[in-house]
Design a protein around this ligand. Structure first.
Ligand code: SF4
Length: 340
């Protein structure tokens, strides 16, 4: 059975025709889905009742229930969403002046096992389908007008490439939710084959890479993916990507007290990043995670020193605030609590 939220707007007419349904219905469907943001065909009251019954049978909407919500003092909201098979993922909604950003998950759990991440601490259960990722977006959309998406939640998007890209194309589609490609950021921990595939799509999604360490020794300790694709290989893929797409890559660097926050690390990071033309760095002070009490947030003085070293080396750098600390907003923590 084809789920409605897995169908790209341009595919509807053909799919309806194949089933003997009239093509003008496609526009009605798109309006109900992406103008009225329905979560149940019965709510599409502009459509005739018998047609709604056909849609329910032939193109069901993906069940996605809000199981739990936690809200932080800074307005960040975390939703735990449950699917039909009892699996759940988290999505985070982050309000800021002129923006309402949603952080999207692409898998239930994650196989990549990054040391500082709650999502990776219990492995991957399964990947989300494109309609489930769109259902997740819809759940966020019902809390307000989403202006930006970051694919930085649970899961490694390049380990679920086809379904993730299909969902993002749908969210980007003019007759769909119509969220601009430049407002959609895909974040990878460094699954190198994904870079070439994304460059070949020719879509202007933003790409960010979780680096978190400036050399192989430290990065392999923090991020097992580095043993498969070490820094030289990763940076070569990044350089190729920026050359092919003429688009900037953002390197995410979570700063962990006493682990990767030294002056020597900052200097080494500057040297590495400068190997990629059109790169910038986001420094993010670590949000504490329950399963690693030994990982702590660095103090402001250290963060400013780190920032200063990068700036003096002419690396474009932003120091980001951690958001939603009191809403279990470090990735994966709400789900872990729910699992007990
Ligand atoms: S940081 Fe991302 S890639 Fe690493 S374990 Fe967590 S969800 Fe997976």
């Amino acid at each position: 059975m084809t789920k409605a939220w897995s169908i790209l707007p341009e595919e509807w007419k053909g799919i309806l025709a194949e089933r003997g349904l009239r093509p003008f219905r496609a526009d009605q469907i798109l309006q109900a889905l992406y103008r009225d943001y329905i979560d149940d065909w019965d709510k599409a009251t502009t459509l005739p009742k018998d047609f709604r019954e056909t849609l329910k049978k032939e193109f069901p909407l993906t069940a996605c229930r809000e199981l739990e919500t936690s809200k932080s003092a800074d307005g960040t909201q975390k939703l735990l969403l449950g699917f039909e098979d009892g699996q759940s993922v988290e999505t985070v909604l982050i309000p800021a002046t002129g923006r309402f950003t949603q952080c999207i998950s692409t898998q239930v759990g994650c196989a990549m096992g990054c040391a500082f991440c709650a999502s990776g601490s219990k492995g991957v259960v399964r990947s989300l389908t494109s309609d489930e990722i769109v259902a997740e977006y819809m759940a966020g959309r019902r809390h307000g007008e989403i202006t930006n998406i970051v694919v930085m939640g649970m899961g490694e998007p390049f380990n679920n490439y086809d379904e993730t890209i299909r969902a993002l194309k749908l969210i980007n589609a003019g007759k769909g939710p119509n969220l601009g490609a430049r407002h959609i950021t895909i974040s990878t921990c460094g699954v190198v084959p994904g870079f070439k595939r994304l460059a070949a799509e020719g879509i202007q999604f933003e790409l960010s890479v979780s680096l978190h360490a400036p050399n192989d020794k430290l990065r392999s300790e923090l991020m097992p993916v580095n043993r498969r694709w070490p820094i030289d290989e990763l940076l070569a893929a990044c350089a190729e990507y920026t050359k092919a797409t003429k688009r900037i890559i953002t390197f995410e660097y979570t700063v962990i007290k006493g682990v990767n926050d030294s002056r020597a690390c900052a200097e080494e990071l500057a040297r590495q990043v400068k190997r990629v033309p059109m790169a910038k760095v986001n420094l993010i002070p670590l949000s504490p995670v329950e399963h690693r009490p030994d990982f702590e947030t660095p103090d402001d003085q250290t963060l400013l020193m780190f920032l200063d070293v990068l700036m003096k080396n002419r690396v474009q750098t932003m120091l980001r605030r951690s958001r939603g600390k009191d809403a279990n907003a470090a990735c994966g923590q709400l789900r872990l609590r729910h699992l007990g």
